[in-house]
Design a protein around this ligand. Structure first.
Ligand SMILES: Nc1ncnc2c1ncn2[C@@H]1O[C@H](COP(=O)(O)OP(=O)(O)OP(=O)(O)O)[C@@H](O)[C@H]1O
Ligand SMILES: [Mg+2]
Length: 498
């Protein structure tokens, strides 16, 4: 079953929330169009669900106000059980991706998610969008990439001491009654995979909800976590169920806990100590039975010393922390090769090159092994996807390893003539046009290729007024070396990492 990274649910219907939790790793709740806009601005969701309170005109209003933050994020309207089938056309006309006609249609959401997920996989937006099958769809045996079943269950590649120790600790903590659980490590090291492994071992059939503490304002985060009662603040025109309540007897993952505002840290500490909480404005204590996990890519001890993180909360969290080593560390570096081969085998970024790009040359692997990987596994996965996309032979060589595509604007001395008369802006426009053309205008894939976010891509497309039919002709981008020929081939000259 496919899982999307983030779903926003504009509804207070607990059933629709539960439905979203089945398909989303992080589910954000909103009550109103305004609320939804606030979350969309910061959370970068993959899907937005509106309940039947929002008619087709509301959806249009939402598109009008949220347009520049939305990109092509699909919006699905979920009608009530007695809603009118005729509304389908109305919603679609207003720009909705689909319309579910009440509970009888809930099953269809899985198909919708699969289509969205496939689209995202095609974009290579993150290694999470990988399949257990090869690019051609045939099943492949991936067991050689994993130390044990636990690692395989969450696709955690690696055979190094660092990974073996992490998995041991993960198993121990999952089987203990340790609660809360802290997972630390630099960005992209695999903290979310560890969280998923613990959840799968501890609460296989319970909900898992997650919130990124850096993605929401203090007020939104508080009502997201605790929920609120009707009338508790201006705009709280109805009751909201918070994530602590939605997690029920499952898991609540607090991602990037170091970014939680200090006032809220105090409130969280109280929940951890008293195992109960109140909704914002509420008077009733609600039991908290969930496992609370927190992850951080900052050193929390340093945050405590800088007075940005409460010492008492740090001690409460730091009982048996699980630490992910950076990919460059001596005890994990040996996994780089295995990870690169795994990403090559499982990537779905370029279906048209199905199984054509089969391996990496020894020099390419050595180059990968020499790099320091500040973005860790996520960065490595992006580098491999970019290499697959650009590769024209069956083997990725040294020249295919482009570590930072934005660096590609740095052209070495022998090509200086080539760029006379060109501004950086012109070069950027051309690079973006070419990426869009290469990917058939799939913006998420183009953004991945360029190593920028979708939002940045949208902004640049607008800034440079790039239109589908204004895209450069393929013939004009070949490396002829003329004055007016700042071609992609020169732009995409690999940045040497060796
Ligand atoms: N050992 C691994 N094997 C395969 N893929 C991995 C591994 N570790 C991480 N990844 C992939 O790298 C990406 C980043 O991993 P993840 O989201 O777990 O990192 P993180 O530590 O939570 O990062 P952040 O701090 O930025 O949230 C994901 O796509 C994940 O699937
Ligand atoms: Mg994470």
């Amino acid at each position: 079953m496919s899982l999307l990274k983030r779903i926003v649910v504009v509804s207070r219907d607990a059933e629709i929330h539960r439905l979203a939790q089945k398909y989303g790793r992080e589910v954000f709740g909103a009550d109103s169009l305004n609320d939804a806009l606030g979350i969309v601005k910061t959370a970068n969701p993959d899907l937005i669900l509106f309940d039947h309170r929002f008619n087709p005109d509301h959806i249009r209003e939402f598109f009008d106000t949220a347009d520049k933050y939305l990109g092509d994020v699909p919006v699905v309207a979920v009608g009530g059980d007695d809603s009118d089938a005729g509304l389908y056309d109305e919603y679609i006309k207003m720009g909705a991706y689909d319309y579910l006609q009440g509970r009888r249609d809930y099953g269809r959401l899985e198909q919708i998610i699969n289509v969205i997920e496939n689209d995202l996989s095609g974009s290579g937006s993150e290694a999470g969008h990988r399949t257990e099958s090869s690019a051609s769809g045939s099943e492949v045996n991936l067991s050689r990439f994993f130390v044990d079943n636990l690692a395989a269950s969450v696709s955690m590649v690696g055979k190094s001491c660092a990974i073996i120790n992490t998995l041991k600790m993960t198993q121990l903590v999952a089987e203990s009654r340790c609660n809360p659980i802290l997972i630390v490590g630099e960005t992209g090291t695999g903290k979310e995979l560890v969280a998923r492994a613990i959840h799968a071992l501890r609460h296989p059939n319970e909900p898992c909800v997650a919130v990124n503490c850096a993605a929401l304002t203090a007020n939104l985060l508080e009502s997201e976590l605790f929920g609120h009662v009707k009338g508790s603040f201006t705009g709280a025109d109805r009751e909201k169920i918070g994530l602590l309540e939605l997690a029920s007897t499952g898991t609540l993952l607090l991602d990037e806990i170091s970014e939680m505002p200090i006032d809220l840290q105090a409130k969280l500490l109280r929940v951890l100590q008293e195992k109960s909480f109140r909704k914002v404005g509420g008077i009733r204590n609600i039991d908290c039975k969930a496992t609370i996990m927190a992850s951080s890519n900052r050193n929390l001890n340093n945050e405590v010393l800088a007075n940005r993180f409460r010492r008492d909360l740090y001690y409460r969290l730091n009982v048996s922390p699980i630490t992910l080593a950076p990919l460059r560390s001596p005890e994990r570096r040996e996994d780089i090769r295995l990870l690169a081969e795994y990403f090559l085998k499982t990537s779905t970024i370029c279906p048209e090159k199905r199984d054509k790009v089969k391996s990496l040359t020894q020099m390419a692997i050595e180059a990968l092994e020499k790099h320091d990987w500040p973005g860790n596994v996520r960065e490595l996965s992006n580098v491999i996807e970019r290499a697959i996309l650009l590769e024209t032979t069956d083997k990725i060589g040294l020249s295919g390893i482009i570590i930072d595509p934005s660096e590609c604007n740095r052209v070495s001395g022998d090509t200086t003539d080539l760029i006379k008369g060109f501004s950086l802006a012109k070069a950027e426009r051309e690079l973006i046009s070419r990426a869009l053309q290469e990917t058939g205008w799939q913006k998420t894939r183009a953004a991945a290729l360029l190593g920028i976010t979708r939002a940045t891509l949208y902004a640049k497309v607008k800034q440079y007024q790039i239109e589908k039919n204004s895209c450069i002709e393929k013939s004009s981008v070949s490396a002829k070396g003329g004055q007016d020929d700042f071609s992609m081939s020169s732009l995409s000259k690999p940045v040497p990492i060796h």
